[in-house]
Ligand binder design. Sequence first.
Ligand SMILES: [Zn+2]
Length: 413
Amino acid sequence: MGANAGTGANGEIAPRYDTLIAGGVVVDPGAGLGGRLDVAIAGGRIAAVAADIDPALARQTIDAGGRIVTPGLVDLHTHVYWGATYWGIEADPVAARTGVTTWLDVGSAGAYSFPGFREWIAERSAVRVFALLNLSSIGLIAPTWEFANPDYCDIGLAEQIVAANRDVILGIKARIDRNTTRGVGIRALELARELADKVDLPLMTHIGFGPPSLDEVVPLLRPGDILTHCCTGGDMKIVGDDGLTRADILGLRERGLILDVGHGTGSFSFASAEAMLEQGVLPDVISSDIHQLAVQGPMFDLPTTLSKFLALGMTVEQVVERATSRPAAAMRRPDLGSLRPGSAADVALFELVEGDYTFHDVQMIPRRGTQRLVNTLTLVDGEPLERSEERPLQPWAVLPEHQRAAISVATGE
Ligand SMILES: [Zn+2]
């Protein structure tokens, strides 16, 4: 049965759609779609988005009454190389409870470990998995220090791996902070810049606690690059002591630098985020930096991170756009993160649950909120993801003490 209606042998009209998601409120600012609309799916693709589509045209109908219907979320900062790296979690079980259908793994794999990432993770996951290749050939097998041995920065080898895997590798990753670069300083970022330019892909740079300083980092950023951990409270933070976002960062952003949240375990400060928002500097992308530690809280998952920005005053439309079409554009894959007819039928349903919530940043500073996005159903290529049990965390996945204590109080565990 294809997407076209036809007349069966008994004279009845055959259904035109496989699935109809009916009665929900569509939120897809990137595609210019919003409001009370039904979403029809045929052959794994979005076939129509319109008001009051006749359920008789569909083989099955999903009741989305009381739900927000968005494109499957696109998480621009994740770590999903389970079993071969310090940080990796498994994407599929988390996707089924969070609505994240496209996962960009940023730097878990370097040249030596990318073949395994491709075969065991990218090709076997039910969700869409893409990667930024780490400049360091060993990737993130350990928690940090990946640039401390410059022998692992092999640009020629990385170029070969990129050339053979351009369907999966969408950019280059370099974590730049005092631990990752120990002893080599800004040299690692200079080499990452050279590699990104050679392969003509975006460079994602992580910032946190220096040295190096942000003064050394900024001259190496280019339009189209991604600066992740943009709301860090670390000493490389983009908000100055005067509370203003640095002029050089804003200038680069005017020309296309992407400011990405990447919450993680150590990289999200309410004070930094509030200072930016007060100036009207909204992050371009809201991502999770989900990994073995962050999944335990206070980050938890991408919908929780989006809910934190709702608590800071952003609208549902603004946060959804920053977790769908905006990250897809940053990945140079504007076909993803969209409900536009013809797109892959990656769809997420959410309940916007009203209540009295307390959210925390990585220093466990609290903020009150009244809304929480809770995922209720996730479809990839038109098929619902089954919820399944997640693997136990790795023995080394122990939260910093200040987070562990506060989270156990908050959750009563
Ligand atoms: Zn990360």
